[in-house]
Design a protein around this ligand. Structure first.
Ligand SMILES: [Zn+2]
Length: 288
């Protein structure tokens, strides 16, 4: 019955997607904060094992669910009513209810942005499987973007499952054929991999990371090899533009690495939604 309502009433459907987007955005804030810490812990544990050192004292469980979120300043446990996306932030006026220290506006912004992006996806693809799948992909891209911004890191825990998911989904031909998905993953990885080695050979510097290859492989697996030139072109333009702006206006050292993942993710999302239109526009321009 509720499913029928979702299918028949567009406003209701979009409203539900928006609210779902807010809640997912709230969860993504947790993922972006905790996943790098979890990876760091995992890595240290494994290194100690390899070096045959005794394990470090247990810090207790730490995953995406436990322990419950606390205020970073006063350890005040965040109660359910303080955890409602966006609304709690406004209600608390951006301050912890206990110590009154400011809460970063980034949290409600991520929640709202996730909800708006989800809304965009749902109104573009309409009620159905495609929306569900693209929502999943978009949420992963948001998490990757933020983690890459914070840590210059694209976790395998997100990129590798995305590659597999793209291949499995397209074995049913949902976005493209399995064949073009497979070669999309291969070409996506190899194209940036070759750029990386050429760049390294020419400048003795590292221009990007292995995470970028895997992310482009995932985009290729979801959309097929045909979209890769457009994704690379678009992300390079946006990346170069923002990079130049940062150097010019913020006096940023041009030797500092600029994460490439966010641009790849943004370009992938744009191509996923409007790739056909952009390609048609481009061909029309070239015809003149
Ligand atoms: Zn506090």
């Amino acid at each position: 019955m509720p499913l029928e309502l979702l299918a028949q009433n567009t406003t209701f459907f979009l409203g539900c997607v928006f609210i779902l987007g807010l809640m997912v955005g709230s969860f993504l804030n947790v993922v972006v904060w905790r996943l790098p810490i979890m990876m760091d812990r995992q890595c240290k544990t494994e290194c100690r094992e390899i070096l045959e050192l005794p394990p470090e004292a247990e810090d207790g469980t730490y995953n995406l669910i436990l322990p419950a979120s606390t205020c970073p300043h006063c350890e005040h446990k965040i109660r359910p009513w303080e955890n409602i996306p966006v609304i709690s932030y406004l209600f608390l006026r951006g301050r912890c209810s206990q110590c009154k220290k400011g809460i970063s506006p980034r949290y409600p912004i991520v929640e709202l942005a996730t909800a708006l992006i989800s809304l965009l996806v749902a109104s573009h693809f309409g009620y159905g499987l495609q929306t569900l799948l693209v929502l999943g992909l978009s949420w992963c891209l948001i998490a990757l973007t933020l983690i890459d911004f914070d840590h210059q890191l694209l976790p395998d825990d997100i990129t590798l499952p995305l590659i597999w998911a793209g291949l499995i989904i397209n074995s049913f031909g949902i976005f493209t054929s399995l064949e073009s998905a497979l070669w999309g993953a291969v070409a996506g990885y190899l194209s940036l991999w070759s750029v990386y080695w050429l760049f390294k050979w020419a400048t003795k510097k590292e221009g990007m990371g292995y995470g970028d290859f895997k992310l482009l492989a995932a985009l290729g697996a979801w959309m097929g090899w045909q979209v890769l030139p457009m994704v690379i072109l678009m992300s390079s333009f946006v990346g170069a533009f923002i990079g130049i702006m940062l150097v010019l206006f913020k006096g940023r050292d041009h030797n500092l690495p600029i994460p490439f993942g966010p641009y790849l993710a943004a370009a992938g999302f744009i191509v996923l939604l409007w790739g056909d239109k952009l390609a048609a526009q481009y061909l029309r321009l070239m015809a003149f």
